[in-house]
Design a protein around this ligand. Structure first.
Ligand SMILES: [Zn+2]
Ligand SMILES: [Zn+2]
Length: 511
C-alpha cells in the first residue's frame, strides 16, 4: 500500500472530520525542501478523501514572524527590519504588498500549478482579527505551566516573570516587547531593543504574538488540527513538537494532531536545502524546468522518511524518464517491477488535477533536450518529432509545456556536455582527405538506408570500418561538420532528428 494510504487509514477512525495543516514562514524563497511538507500533507489529504473521509487542507503562512537576520540574499538595508514582523517589512522588489508576500505569492502560484489548493490563512491577519485572543489569554493565565514544560522538556531556564507573549513595540515595531506586568486585558511591557515602555490592550488584535512553541499548539486547538507533517528539526528531543504536544494537552486541554516527520531534501553536491544558507532551489524555479506532475512524483514516490537527493543536472532527465516509466506501467504498457512499488498509486497521486485517460507519446526528456537544440522554435521541434512520433492534440499541449521547461533548464542548469549549437550554415572547419573519403561513402549509404537512429548509427560504424577510419574519428567528423566541435549528442538520434535532407546537404558541402 502507498504510504499516504497507510497514514490515511490510521487517521480515518480518529475523528469524523480531519483538518490537515501545513505552515511555512515566508522569510525567504520557499524551496523544494519546504514543499515536501505541503506535498506530504496533501497526499494524506487526498488519500483520506479517497476513502470517503471528510477532510480539509489548510495552509498557514507565518507572516507575523519576525525577520530573524539579514539573510545572504538580502541587502544590508534590511538590517533595520530585523525583529519586525515580515508582513510589515517592505518587499525587496517593490512589487508586492510586503516582504512576506514577496516570497509567499510565487509559492502559492506554484502550489496551484501542482494542484494543491489549501484554504489559506495568514498569521498576521489571524492575529489582527483576534482569532488568537482566547488562546493568548489562556497562555498568559497558564504562564507558570508553560514555563515548567519549557524547563522540563526543552531544558530552558526562563525567568519567573517570563510571559509567553512577545509584544510588538509601539515605538520600533519589533516583536521584542517583554511583558513586565499584567492586569488582563491590559499589560505593561518594555522593549528589549529600544527600551520603550508602554501599555497594550491584549484584546486588541495584532499587539503581539505568542512565541513559536506556544503558537503552534494554540493553532492546533484553534483549527482543530488532526494531522501535521513537519521536518525532523522540529522532532528532535526537546523540540517544539515535544513541548507543543504537552502544552496543547495541559494548557489548551486538547489532543495534539497525528504527526508525520519527513526527511530533508538535499541538493545534489550541496547538502540539505535551507532557505537561510542559500543552498536551495525555490519551488517556482523548479517548476520552470520540471513538469508539475514530475515534481509531485518526486514526493509521491519516496516515503517521507526517505532522504531525497534533488539533482538539477542530468538527474533531472532521469527523474522525468522515471515518471514516464510509471505512466507506462499505469496504462499497462510496461510491467511493474520491485523498483516501482505502488507504481499506479504513485502515478495517480502525481497528477496535479485529472489523471490523463491515455498515455502520452511524448519523446523522453533526454531526447527532447537534443531536439529542442536543433529546432529553432516550437514549430520546428514539432516537425522533427512528428517524423517519428504520433502526437495528438493533448500531447501537443504537454509537449509545449515540456519544451518551454527544457529550454529553461538548458539555459540555466544543464551540464555543458549536453549543450550544443547547431550550425544551420556550413561551419568554418577544416576536414582531411581521409575524412572526406569517409563522408563520400557515408553520403551514398545515407541516401539509401532507412532513416532511423539505429540504422544511422550502424551505418556510420560500418562505413568507418570500410574506410579504415577509427570509429571515434568518424563520429568527430560528423560533429565537426554540424556543430563545429568534436563531441555531440548520440549520433544516431541526433542525425535522425536533423533529417536526411539536412545531413546529405551538409555532407555535400564538405566533399
Ligand atoms: Zn517583491
Ligand atoms: Zn522597541
Amino acid at each position: 500500500m502507498h504510504w499516504a494510504d497507510v497514514v490515511a487509514e490510521k487517521l480515518a477512525g480518529k475523528a469524523k472530520k480531519h483538518v490537515l495543516a501545513t505552515a511555512i514562514t515566508p522569510s525567504g524563497p520557499i524551496h523544494v525542501g519546504n514543499l515536501r511538507e505541503v506535498m506530504t500533507t496533501e497526499a494524506v489529504y487526498r488519500a483520506l478523501k479517497d476513502i470517503g473521509t471528510e477532510a480539509e487542507l489548510i495552509y498557514i503562512g507565518d507572516t507575523f514572524d519576525p525577520l530573524r537576520k539579514v539573510y545572504p540574499f538580502l541587502t544590508s538595508s534590511y538590517e533595520k527590519y530585523v525583529g519586525k514582523p515580515i508582513a510589515e517589512i517592505p518587499c525587496p522588489c517593490g512589487e508586492h504588498e510586503s516582504y512576506a508576500m514577496h516570497f509567499l505569492e510565487p509559492f502559492l502560484n506554484s502550489l496551484k500549478e501542482i494542484g494543491v489548493e489549501p484554504k489559506i490563512y495568514l498569521a498576521h491577519e489571524l492575529y489582527k482579527e483576534g482569532v488568537y485572543n482566547e488562546a493568548i489569554k489562556i497562555a498568559l493565565d497558564n504562564a507558570d505551566k508553560i514555563r515548567e514544560i519549557m524547563k522540563r522538556i526543552a531544558g530552558r531556564e526562563l525567568p519567573d516573570k517570563w510571559m509567553p507573549f512577545n509584544v510588538k513595540c509601539e515605538n520600533c515595531g519589533r516583536l521584542d516587547g517583554e511583558i513586565t506586568e499584567i492586569d488582563y486585558p491590559s499589560a505593561s511591557y518594555k522593549c528589549k531593543i529600544c527600551g520603550y515602555e508602554g501599555e497594550i490592550d491584549l484584546r486588541k488584535g495584532g499587539v503581539g504574538k505568542l512565541p513559536w512553541r506556544v503558537d503552534w499548539p494554540a493553532r492546533w486547538k484553534i483549527f482543530n488540527v488532526t494531522f501535521e507533517a513537519f521536518g525532523k528539526d522540529h522532532a528532535a528531543a526537546g523540540s517544539s513538537w515535544d513541548t507543543g504536544k504537552e502544552i496543547v494537552k495541559v494548557v489548551y486541554n486538547h489532543e495534539p494532531p497525528m504527526p508525520l516527520v519527513y526527511e530533508f531534501i538535499h541538493l545534489k553536491g550541496r547538502g540539505a536545502m535551507h532557505g537561510s544558507t542559500g543552498v536551495a532551489v525555490a519551488a517556482e524555479e523548479v517548476l520552470k524546468m520540471l513538469p508539475p506532475e514530475v515534481l509531485r512524483f518526486l514526493f509521491m514516490k519516496y516515503e517521507p522518511s526517505r532522504h531525497i537527493e534533488f539533482d538539477t543536472g542530468f538527474g533531472l532527465l532521469d527523474l522525468v524518464d522515471e515518471y514516464d516509466k510509471y505512466e507506462r506501467i499505469y496504462f499497462g504498457l510496461e510491467e511493474e517491477t520491485t523498483g516501482t512499488k505502488d507504481a499506479k498509486r504513485v502515478y495517480e497521486l502525481s497528477q496535479p488535477y485529472k489523471v490523463p485517460d491515455k498515455p502520452s507519446t511524448l519523446p523522453s526528456y533526454r531526447h527532447l533536450a537534443v531536439v529542442a537544440q536543433i529546432g529553432r522554435n516550437f514549430e520546428e521541434v514539432v516537425e522533427i518529432l512528428k517524423r517519428k512520433h504520433d502526437l495528438g492534440d493533448a500531447d501537443l499541449k504537454r509537449l509545449k509545456q515540456r519544451y518551454e521547461k527544457i529550454l529553461y533548464w538548458l539555459e540555466k542548469y544543464a551540464p555543458e556536455e549536453i549543450k550544443f549549437h547547431l550550425h544551420y550554415e556550413k561551419p568554418d572547419v577544416e576536414i582531411s582527405e581521409e575524412e572526406k573519403n569517409f563522408l563520400r561513402k557515408l553520403k551514398e549509404k545515407f541516401e539509401k538506408i532507412e532513416w532511423d537512429a539505429e540504422a544511422i548509427h550502424s551505418t556510420i560504424h560500418e562505413t568507418a570500418k570500410e574506410c579504415g577510419l577509427p570509429a571515434k574519428k568518424a563520429f568527430q567528423t560528423i560533429y565537426k561538420i554540424t556543430l563545429a566541435k568534436q563531441q555531440g549528442p548520440r549520433a544516431g538520434y541526433f542525425l535522425q532528428s536533423l533529417g536526411r535532407d539536412f545531413v546529405i546537404k551538409r555532407i555535400g558541402e564538405f566533399i
